[in-house]
Design a protein. Structure first.
Ligand code: SF4
Length: 179
């Protein structure tokens, strides 16, 4: 059933651009997820890269959240620092706000996010909390704004059961399955 999924063109889904194979990662590469790439033409995708939207270059230096996680960045308690020690909190916050702007513009209710990222990850190790991993900055702003979020890994098949459940819950609609 999952293999012949065909999502309705009507319902927008935000997807981290690197998962589509776009070379927007800090190291200049993508993190293409073949499961998503192969379905891209049948999903109403809103691609976004918050670090680029925040004005950071590609490639760029890797960054870590210091003093908390993404929620703490949004509340002003934590900062985002790159490997040269530069404070790039403003770019991360701006990128999150711009991504949220896109979500609202297109009335997207779901975001499929790249794992581990200090921007997109729901559980990133690049932060500073006792649990060892926390939420990224853009994932945090989505969660605070009522956009349903899920992470995906490069090797995952798509759609996952989690995605299908979120889709139905978010759009009060059952995804269309093609033949
Ligand atoms: Fe951009 Fe998010 Fe992918 Fe990082 S994880 S490259 S911020 S889309």
């Amino acid at each position: 059933m999952l293999s012949n999924f065909r999502a309705s063109q009507t319902f927008p889904v935000l997807i981290s651009s690197c998962l589509l194979g776009v070379s927007c990662r800090y190291d200049g590469n993508g993190s293409g997820c073949p499961g998503i790439v192969n379905k891209a033409s049948s999903i109403n995708i809103i691609p976004f890269c918050p670090e680029q939207l925040g004005g950071l270059p590609t490639p760029r230096l890797p960054a870590t959240i210091v003093g908390g996680d993404g929620m703490d960045v949004l509340s002003g308690k934590a900062r985002v620092i790159n490997s040269k020690g530069e404070d790039i909190t403003g770019a991360f916050r701006k990128g999150a706000e711009e991504a949220l702007k896109l979500a609202r513009l297109f009335k997207a209710k779901i975001a499929v996010l790249k794992e581990r990222s200090p921007s997109c990850g729901l559980s990133t190790p690049y932060c500073d909390i006792p649990e060892g991993s926390g939420i990224g900055v853009t994932a945090a702003i989505f969660n605070l704004s009522g956009i349903k979020t899920m992470e995906i890994h490069e090797g995952d098949d798509f759609p996952t059961k989690e995605f299908l459940a979120l889709f139905e819950e978010s759009y009060d609609s059952v995804p269309v399955f093609g033949s």
